[in-house]
Design a protein around this ligand. Structure first.
Ligand code: ATP
Length: 304
């Protein structure tokens, strides 16, 4: 029997601009996705049905048909008309409910793994279209690198980015629900009465990425959901406030939070920031990563 292992990256949004809520509750976005070297692995082996297991059990991750990896396998089976099953073993390293799109990474990895295992031969564009129906971050987890996302974040165009970057992630004690953070953003906006600005990609960020200028990228990091995430988890303000003291180039809440991403000068500087954050006792876990990272790809095909 064959097993296919696919690795998919976490993401941080270097820019996350959020438009007004549409009637269906979704928000139009202008975002800059950036893949970082924190990876989940999905190991797919042939099975009767679609089943999921976790290498490290976690009560907050569903093991039934609600798991995004299982949903991806069902979606691919329905799309291609195959009656094959699969067992998906998830090796999760991306923090859960942390704003780093771990579930979406698993969905992307499961699409690529099942496509290889079942020999369904879909193109990357076809997988991306299927992925967009599973979640707004799935197409980017397939693509990796750096990309502008518009619409719900599923319309992607690659960004020219030079150089390598170094990150430290402060993972908060409790997760945040993405829909709850968007609702809080709407509530705060309504209360302030300030009109929502038109969506546009930040030209200073684009220039900084083209130049590979980490200092300028650090200065340009932005996230419209940050205020809402802080409103729901006030301790995040303290974590963000530690950036200057720790010598980071910039800090921003990652996606809908509550992880705070610190951009740092070098891998060594990242170690100092990680030690400092741990000493401050502001977060549950600290992770270090480099970027940009590649999108979901097969890393091993083995006979088992
Ligand atoms: P988003 O992609 O919406 O920003 P997130 O990165 O903040 O989400 P995820 O780690 O994707 O958070 O998890 C969000 C929720 O999705 C979890 O609380 C869990 O209940 C559910 N979930 C379903 N499948 C998975 C999966 N494979 N891995 C992690 N969570 C999953």
């Amino acid at each position: 029997m064959q097993s296919v292992t696919v690795r998919a990256p976490a993401k941080v949004n270097l820019q996350l601009s959020v438009g007004p809520a549409a009637a269906d509750g979704f928000h139009e976005l202008a975002t800059v996705f950036h893949a970082v070297s924190l990876f989940d692995d999905v190991v797919a082996t042939a099975a009767e049905d679609v089943t999921v297991s976790l290498e490290n059990p976690d009560p907050t991750v569903p093991l039934d048909g609600d798991n995004l990896a299982a949903r991806a396998a069902h979606a691919l089976a329905a799309h291609t008309g195959t009656d094959a099953g699969v067992h998906l073993r998830l090796v999760k390293r991306i923090p859960v409910a942390a704003g780093m799109a771990g579930g979406s990474a698993d969905a992307a990895a499961a699409l690529v793994a099942c496509d290889a295992l079942w020999g369904t031969g879909l193109s990357r564009d076809e997988l991306s279209e299927l992925g967009a129906e599973l979640g707004s971050d799935v197409p980017f987890a397939l693509m990796g690198g750096t990309a502008i996302g518009t619409g719900r974040g599923t319309l992607l165009s690659p960004v020219l980015a030079r150089g390598e970057f170094h990150w430290v992630f402060a993972v908060a004690e409790d997760g945040l629900s993405t829909p709850a953070v968007y609702r809080e953003c709407d509530r705060l906006r309504e209360r302030s009465g300030v009109p929502v600005p038109d969506l546009a990609t930040d030209e200073a960020l684009m220039a900084a990425l083209r130049a590979g200028d980490a200092k300028a990228v650090g200065a340009a990091l932005s996230n419209d959901l940050q205020e809402a995430a802080i409103s729901l988890q006030p301790a995040l303000a303290q974590t963000l406030g530690a950036a200057v003291e720790l010598g980071a180039l910039g800090a921003v809440v990652s996606g809908s939070g509550p992880t705070v991403a610190f951009l740092v000068r070098s891998s060594e500087a990242g170690l100092d920031v990680a030690v400092g954050l741990t000493a401050m006792g502001l977060c549950r876990d600290v992770k270090r990563a480099g970027s940009p990272a590649p999108g979901a790809k097969v890393v091993t095909v083995a006979r088992v």
